[in-house]
Design a protein. Sequence first.
Length: 361
Amino acid sequence: MRTPTWTRGGSDDQIGRGTSDGPVRQTAGQSAVNRRRVRPVLVWAGIGAICVVFAAYVYLSWILSGNASAVGPGSDPVPTRATVGAWVFQCATPVLALSALFFVVRKSLLEHRLCAEAMVVIGSMIAWLHDLLINWLQPVVFYNATLVNFGAWTENIPGWISPNGRFLAEPVLMIGLPYIWMPLYLGLLGRWAMGRAHTARPALGVPGTFAAGWVAVFGVEFCCELLAVHTGLVGYPAGIPNLTLWSGNTHQVPMYGPLIWSTVLTCSGALLFFRDTNDLTVVERGMERVRWAGDRTRTMLSVLAITGFIHIVAIVGYDIPMNLEGLYAGSTQTYPTYLRTELCGPGTPVGCPDGTVFRGN
């Protein structure tokens, strides 16, 4: 657990770990100013708490409503490459998830506190809810229904617009488990690249250092996207033609998707990299002014703050842009039933994305 004390000669935002010099004495005026200052950690923790409550509500209402049931692949034959790809992905992701959990548990035990990497894992696990939010207005992503799935919780989200959302085959193993390991491992990759760039060129500044991490993350994430789409496990039916590779085909890949998702993942790396001298992330600033909190409460505040950060980055950096770009989607070939299931297209009351609105068949 963290045992912060005021660092002698430090600034308001610095916290020493296990120092024995004692607290810096402050005047009554300084204390009054500190009490009035906003504590960023409490703001972020408040956002995180709202996200946790909202996620719990959606998941519970989804399960209790009976919508949590598997979606079938329909009548179209599933190609061999998709079957093989499904086995490969669904065998690899549990191994990666377990290794990520082992990593953060071991690191936390060695540090005798919940490490920042573990907090990222907790926050990103809760953020699995966001995977479907890009389909809010209309389908932007399809998943192969031969993958292990229990449908989707979208229709249990207040204000959901896109019809038939429960028929999206949200993969538990292929997509759910990566929310345990992907933000951690690609975040660590981004942090490593940022460290190398900062060491080689200290004058890069924050934007340049972040960009170095983004390049490393994008290289891996883009390859994963291409592999998933070309094996028939994922489909992106709503793409802006001029910004989409193989536009109009069922294996099209909107380039802005991997670009902005890599940015979201790199933010996890930046959170771990840009820490102050007391090992606090930017969203934990102001913890020293939360004097009423004990060690366990401070840990909980840190977890909630990082959870709030991950959710806000996902909403602003990915969910909103992907929904908006879907409004300008071009036409595509008809997707097979194992991808579109009963969301849209032939045999359903609504058409798949072909412009700015759904059109009936």
